[in-house]
Design a protein around this ligand. Structure first.
Ligand code: SF4
Length: 318
């Protein structure tokens, strides 16, 4: 069986930074440190950080007084920042800088007096964080049908921003529908779909031309991993989202001679290797990798973790 790996795949710069923030916080302040929400959507990553002393909570009320608290890569609502400030918790913010950029764009548009439309998926923590960062009401739109149902006059000044991990094509369709619906509409010059999402989606399209089946390594609650699986299917290749090698179903490979593998932005390479090992147990495999795009983006860590400075209390940041 031939196995072709997509390039790029797996960890993006935002995920690398978020994990490093937790690891460095554990080294610097000692366990436990408290992380609000899964730091990134991957059970393997969460379990390995738990083993080092990180504790994951859904609400700040679960964090004991004075405990080091980390916000996840998806970002948080202003109310969460305010709650941390009211409790004077020492906070490290692992929100991906590209998500923060979307927050700032949204605030700017609202400041210009525009109605803000967020293109994204209801219930995703990034969407909840972005909606909760904007002081005015934000309208969430998930698809083109919802654009048609918007109860706003056509001459309303509107602006849109998007969740960072959607499919480029889906977003384009919704933006075009919004542009047909509203006369006075603005959006960011380059769409907010982040570089890592875009690169992984292009790579899976390339991969789909060469393979009989696509395996996407990632979590079911990972938005960008789900999009990769959808794109593989749209390209006509049977595509499966799996957490690791244990989820392989041998019946998938009955007619497959060439298997493509990619991984979502929150899936570590060790899980790709685990899938290859599981394939090896079914058949001898010959592994190659597409040339693809080389990514060099890195995001700076918070200064508290690099300069030896004291951790800031949340109250100083709001
Ligand atoms: S997928 Fe993009 S926006 Fe999300 S954490 Fe990674 S780099 Fe940041």
């Amino acid at each position: 069986m031939k196995v072709i790996l997509a390039q790029p795949r797996g960890f993006c710069a935002g995920v690398v930074r978020a994990i490093e923030i937790v690891e460095r916080a554990l080294q610097k302040y000692g366990p436990p440190v408290y992380v609000r929400h899964e730091i990134v959507h991957n059970k393997h990553v969460v379990e390995s950080l738990k083993a080092k002393g990180a504790r994951f909570v859904e609400e700040l009320s679960e964090v004991p007084p004075n405990s080091v608290t980390i916000f996840s890569a998806h970002g948080v609502a202003k109310s969460v920042e305010d709650e941390a400030a009211a409790r004077d918790l020492p906070v490290l913010n692992a929100t991906c800088p590209l998500v923060t950029k979307v927050h700032n764009q949204g605030k700017r548009y609202v400041g210009q007096g525009r109605k803000l439309i967020l293109i994204g998926h209801a219930g995703h923590p990034e969407v909840e964080g972005t909606m909760g960062q904007i002081s005015a009401p934000v309208i969430l739109v998930q698809n083109e049908a919802e654009v048609a149902k918007l109860d706003l006059p056509a001459d309303t000044p509107v602006a849109y921003v998007t969740q960072t991990t959607l499919s480029v094509d889906d977003t384009q369709g919704i933006i075009s529908a919004l542009q047909r619906r509203f006369k006075d509409i603005v959006g960011p010059e380059t769409r907010d779909i982040c570089y890592a999402t875009q690169n992984r989606q292009s790579a899976v399209r390339e991969l789909s031309k060469l393979v009989d089946i696509i395996l996407v390594v990632g979590a079911t609650n990972s938005s960008n991993s789900n999009r990769l699986r959808e794109i593989g299917s749209e390209e006509g290749v049977p595509s499966y989202l799996i957490a690791d090698g244990s989820e392989l179903d041998p019946t998938w490979f009955r007619n497959a001679k060439i298997v493509g593998i990619t991984a979502g932005a929150s899936a570590p390479e060790v899980l790709v290797e685990d899938v290859i090992e599981a394939l090896r147990r079914l058949n001898p495999v010959d592994v190659s990798q597409l040339t693809g795009r080389h990514e060099t983006i890195e995001f700076r860590l918070p200064p508290e973790l690099t300069d030896g400075g004291a951790i800031s209390r949340a109250a100083e940041n709001v």
